[in-house]
Write a protein that binds this ligand. Sequence first.
Ligand code: NAD
Length: 320
Amino acid sequence: MADHITFIGLGAMGYGMASNLRKKMDSSQTLFVYDVVRESCERFQGELGEYGPVEIVDSPAAGVDKSRTLVTIVPKSENVREVYLDGPGAVINATKGDRLVLECSTIDVQTTREVGAKVAEAGLGMYLDAPVSGGPIGAANGTLSFLLGQSDEDTATASRITQIVHMMANPGKVVFCGGLGTGLVAKICNNYLSFCNMLSIAESMSMGVRLGIDKHVLFKCISNSGGNSATFHNFQPCPGVIPHLPSSNRFKAGFRPFMIVKDLSLGVEAGAQAGVQTTMAEAALETYRKAMEDPRCRDRDATSVWLMINGLTDEDVEIS
Ligand code: NAD
């Protein structure tokens, strides 16, 4: 088995991740690609083929048979099952081998543990959950954060993993979290906090502005106080406070409300498994579910909950 790579799921994240792999892997190695939308594979082959061989395969197993590394990123748990377990073309039916398998989707911990165990039992290689952060821009720029469901105690294994991951990541933001599933545990906990926090920020900034304080002054006060956070700066929902963010650009599509509903639901599920009450996420989910249906928000960045909270229309969005 040569050092080829198979990549499955050429969507908003996967396309950029696979592009970086194709640009950085040796040009003698082949990148096999598979997506249920064949046009995505054809576009990828057309755009990246100049960097080295790109071969479109008809099933996950067809690529995996020829590869030493597999990277997958699809939307949901059920899609991960389709890729790995369902039907004759699934990964599970590939030949045995000493592979590295990186599953990068944001899904529930139980599914990744089950799929990972089956991949190991079938002798297909070493499977780990490897969820990412940084959005499509980070994926295209090769600067994603990775949370790896693996320990770095075995340096040979860790080095084999980082060799692949660093082609898609900011090396300073790659964390070995422990055993199988712990990358997703970290990802789900972080998203729980960020998305609950984002809604609190939207409500807090709305109330402040409506009670008469200048938004820039309020931003400064909170930045210097206990309410400050990375989310306060990177997902600030108040228009005109941070010029490059979606909120200052008519909430142009970024992380849409349905994605938050998916990730916060994973948090509620994880809480139930852990016996932890998830009062914050349950309350936040009510608003994000409304945003998912609201024509002002559903196709925009989720910070557009600002429009709902403030009863604004598209025309009211202040850009300054
Ligand atoms: P996307 O919908 O843009 O892309 C998913 C791709 O997977 C699509 O091309 C789709 O055709 C393909 N696909 C679906 N089922 C498949 C199957 N059975 N076999 C082969 N291909 C299949 O989604 P995305 O935004 O790239 O997100 C992917 C994952 O990454 C999700 O779990 C998401 O939560 C996570 N994520 C997304 C972002 C983001 O900002 N978009 C950031 C971090 C993590």
